[in-house]
Design a protein around this ligand. Structure first.
Ligand code: PRP
Ligand code: ZN
Length: 292
């Protein structure tokens, strides 16, 4: 029987949320702490736990069919391999936000990236950095490092760095100043573009629709409330991401019960506006699963 392979980050920024999404799809794995391969128990999907940088290559080489990785890492490998079509991004995942930024020593007397012309920039993302600098018409010597990029200016091996920033604490700790963002990134779901045969494709489509359901459910809330019959349109317009609510009459009353799935975050401000429009008995419930 065909089995699918999904690659996720072994440990780091993306690993916990990646595992959580797959778990919420109903996948159970026989995990062994030391091994990088988790066998899928109820559904023929196995998990590869690897370094994030390896995930795009595993997809390009057809070792796995699906992967969760940062857009920056995927973009780097696509540029490096000139493989624009080798990977297809199915969806951004809304977590793991970070940015590839140019940074310079705090005390360097410089205010724009153009002033770095001709200097050396250390980075673990040489292709992405080269490409973006080229678009900005800036020429720099790329010093490729596999890690600890932030110490390069202090060591004198580079004048600036292009590194990932999320909270900014690594830059601060190393007395570096963020000069300009080169690339915005977040975790995304990628499929291999290699043809995988019908049996695997059927499995992949099932998994993709479960993942879509998990992500949508996480964003969605089920809202129930009572409202005056003549305020239905007004109340509906106030519910984020709702077009067609269910309306049920309330016996012996000019009020109705209104139920709807909100596809966007429901804030306290929404509830206050609903109340002001005449709604009462407002309940907001989490949605566990969803299948469109
Ligand atoms: C990145 C980057 C910095 C750090 C910045 O490494 O290289 O070290 O994150 O984050 P901060 O702004 O929150 O301090 P990453 O966590 O991706 O590790 P990796 O390079 O080993 O994958
Ligand atoms: Zn990494």
């Amino acid at each position: 029987m065909s089995r699918l392979r999904v690659a996720i980050q072994k440990s780091g920024r993306l690993s916990e949320r990646s595992q959580e999404i797959l778990k919420n799809c109903g996948l159970r794995f026989a995990q062994s702490k030391d091994k990088l391969f988790w066998y899928g128990q109820d559904f023929p999907v196995d998990l590869l736990l690897v370094r994030d940088d390896d995930i795009p290559r595993l997809l390009l080489d057809g070792v796995c069919e699906l992967g969760i990785v940062g857009e920056n890492v995927a973009r780097e490998v696509m540029l490096e391999r000139n493989a624009g079509n080798g990977l297809s991004c199915r969806r951004k995942l809304g977590f793991g936000h970070c940015r590839l930024s140019l940074a310079v020593p705090e005390d360097m007397d410089i205010s724009t990236s153009a002033q770095l012309e001709g200097m050396r920039v250390a980075t673990s993302f040489p292709a992405l950095t080269r490409n973006t600098l080229m678009e900005k018409n800036i020429n720099m010597h790329i010093v490729e490092l596999s890690g600890s990029v932030e110490i390069a200016p202090g060591l004198g091996t580079a004048d600036a760095i292009a590194d990932l920033v999320s909270t900014g604490s690594t830059l601060r700790a190393n007395h570096l100043r963020e000069l300009e963002v080169l690339f915005h990134s977040q975790a995304a779901l990628y499929c291999t573009s290699i043809s995988i045969g019908e049996a695997k494709q059927v499995l992949l489509n099932r998994l993709l629709s479960r993942i879509e359901g998990v992500l949508q459910a996480a964003e969605s809330k089920y809202v129930m409330l009572h409202a005056p019959r003549d305020a239905i349109d007004k109340v509906t317009a106030l519910l984020p991401g709702v077009e067609h609510p269910s309306i049920m009459p309330l016996e012996g009353s000019d009020r109705v019960a209104l139920h709807a799935v909100c596809g966007e975050t429901v804030f306290w401000e929404h509830l206050e506006a609903l109340k002001a429009a005449g709604a009462s008995a407002i309940l907001v419930l989490p949605v566990e699963k969803m299948l469109a």
